[in-house]
Write a protein that binds this ligand. Structure first.
Ligand code: ZN
Length: 420
């Protein structure tokens, strides 16, 4: 069994590093020339800046993957978890508190491990390429807020799941799944107005002329909510974006102020039409439903490994004559799960890219494909997104279609909008 997990970790790490290496080589090899398709809209300087930016981010991600693998080894076969479990157990006894503390400590440990990487990304890479607008104080305030929000939401849920694991019978994982389903639905509704405002300020769109134009688009597409907002993304970064969030009456479309400043009204309308496409085509509901289906499979698997002490032992954690505690099993499962689920990343990304194509087609139908193409080019340029990603890296990671493929599809649909 141990051999299986060693191979799993090694395979996962090798795959991640190989994909990053491919991306770096591919982007560097295509940096000398702007792809013909974008020659008229994107300068060579911007193209090369995007290449350097992409490569710098990949290098950091490679280092982060190596450190994460080292922490994995130290916690499992290195005996870290075993010692942490014994130390906490000496204080808390074999109780629910022990399991709760154990899981919290490990989650906190991974958070602390990631923090220097996030700092470097923000204050070295983003700063160097002129994207950072964050102060150190805001960075650490964000980290603290995330910790508090995570604890407020996560601890009660974790306690309930551990309780169910301990006393919910052989099908406890079904109960845990129902709990998780309620939790994620409530969170989807509450996120836009309860949690997102902890980090950003949201204001309804103000511009009258733009509002009228948007009002007509909302009417055409049957969107009843008045929830179109701008967000002060410029507090943290010059990157621009727009997204659709929430469920039911809480649903809203959010534009970063940085994007609003850059786009003309027809381009804003086209981006909005794309986001409305996500709503009209039920992408949020589909995302939640597929997330719940996957959660059911994982929880069933967790229920299965719970009764097998060999699972913890194979990862180097033995608890003497006693069966490993539920908290220990949960931590180990949570650490192993990403290694397996990474293999499913291409599936997840493909589904997401399909939704993006569908939303683009919706935008081409209800607004203008040409305007959307212009808006996308500004987005690629402002975010220094590479126009030439490695195709294999893209299959794993890209939630949005590569620039050239996306724009080709839009161009193919453009004549239809001219007559509409
Ligand atoms: Zn989209």
């Amino acid at each position: 069994m141990s051999v299986f997990f060693v191979f799993l970790l090694a395979g996962y790490l090798a795959l991640k590093l190989w994909l990053s290496e491919r991306q770096i080589r591919y982007v560097a090899a295509h940096a000398r020339q702007v792809p013909a398709q974008f020659a008229a809209t994107i300068e060579l300087d911007d193209h090369q800046r995007a290449a350097s930016y992409t490569i710098a981010k990949q290098r950091l991600a490679m280092l982060q993957a190596l450190v994460a693998a080292a922490v994995f080894l130290a916690l499992t076969w290195g005996g870290g978890l075993q010692r942490l479990y014994e130390a906490l157990g000496a204080v808390l006894g074999r109780t629910l508190w022990l399991d709760l503390a154990l899981v919290s400590c490990v989650v906190a440990l991974f958070g602390v491990m990631d923090l220097p990487f996030e700092w470097w990304r923000q204050f070295r890479i983003e700063q160097r390429f002129g994207f950072n607008r964050m102060s150190q104080a805001l960075f650490f305030a964000d980290a603290l807020k995330s910790l508090l929000v995570g604890a407020a939401l996560g601890l009660p849920l974790l306690a309930a799941v551990l309780y169910l694991m301990g006393s919910g019978g052989p099908f406890w994982w079904l109960g845990a799944w129902v709990l998780w389903a309620i939790f994620s639905l409530v969170l989807s509704v509450a996120y836009p107005w309860l949690i997102a405002p902890i980090f950003n300020r949201f204001s309804p769109l103000g511009d009258e002329v733009l509002l009228q134009r948007i009002g007509r688009l909302l009417e055409r597409t049957g969107f009843r909510s008045r929830g179109v907002y701008t967000m002060d993304g410029s507090r943290r970064s010059t990157h621009g974006n727009a997204y659709f969030t929430g469920l039911g009456a809480a649903k809203r479309i959010v534009f970063y102020d940085t994007l609003m400043e850059r786009l003309r009204p027809d381009e804003i309308e086209a981006v909005l039409a794309h986001e409305l496409g996500h709503f009209r085509l039920h992408h949020v509901i589909k995302g939640i439903a597929s997330g719940l289906a996957i959660a059911l499979v994982w929880l069933a698997l967790l229920g299965w490994v719970q009764g097998r002490p060999g699972f913890a032992a194979a990862l180097g954690v033995a608890s003497g004559t006693q069966a490993p505690s539920d908290g220990l099993v949960l931590v180990l499962f949570g650490m192993v799960m990403p290694l397996v689920s990474f293999l499913l990343a291409p599936l997840r990304s493909a589904l997401s890219r399909r939704h993006e194509f569908a939303a683009d087609a919706f935008a081409a139908q209800h607004a203008s494909a040409d305007s959307l193409i212009r808006a996308l080019c500004k987005l690629y340029q402002d975010n220094a997104a590479t126009l030439t990603p490695d195709p294999v890296h893209s299959i794993f990671y890209d939630s949005h279609p590569p620039a050239s493929i996306r724009i080709n599809r839009l161009l193919a649909s453009a004549p239809a909008t001219a007559s509409a």
